[in-house]
Design a protein around this ligand. Sequence first.
Ligand SMILES: [Zn+2]
Length: 137
Amino acid sequence: MVKINESSYNAIIKHAEAGFPHEVCGVLIGQDHTITDYKECNNLNTERAHDRYELDPLSFKEADDYSREVGKEIIGIYHSHPDHPSMASETDRQRAWPEWIYIIFSINKGKYNDARAWILEDSGEKFYEEPIEVTPD
Ligand SMILES: [Zn+2]
């Protein structure tokens, strides 16, 4: 089970809808499998921004500094799939790090459809899905 507080969840949906038809990305901040905060990051991939994301290392660094300041850590990454389901793609798997939570927000025609959380198996060969629980702030 991955837990995320309501205000972060809703704000990420807004970020993903606003970025449509491009993929947006950002980091998930918290502890263990509980997300309590997030930070938007720049998507450096402008050439294929409709179906790829490349998290800007500079915004990642800023998000990491921020997490430490508030005594938390980065525990995963979110990104959007414009006009695609919230299934993790082969590219997503190849670029994933073990133990991190990957939440994919499916945005259809600019509107939030659903979101699913994926974690890489220890073998690195595939993702398994963790249910998401949105918790009150
Ligand atoms: Zn993806």
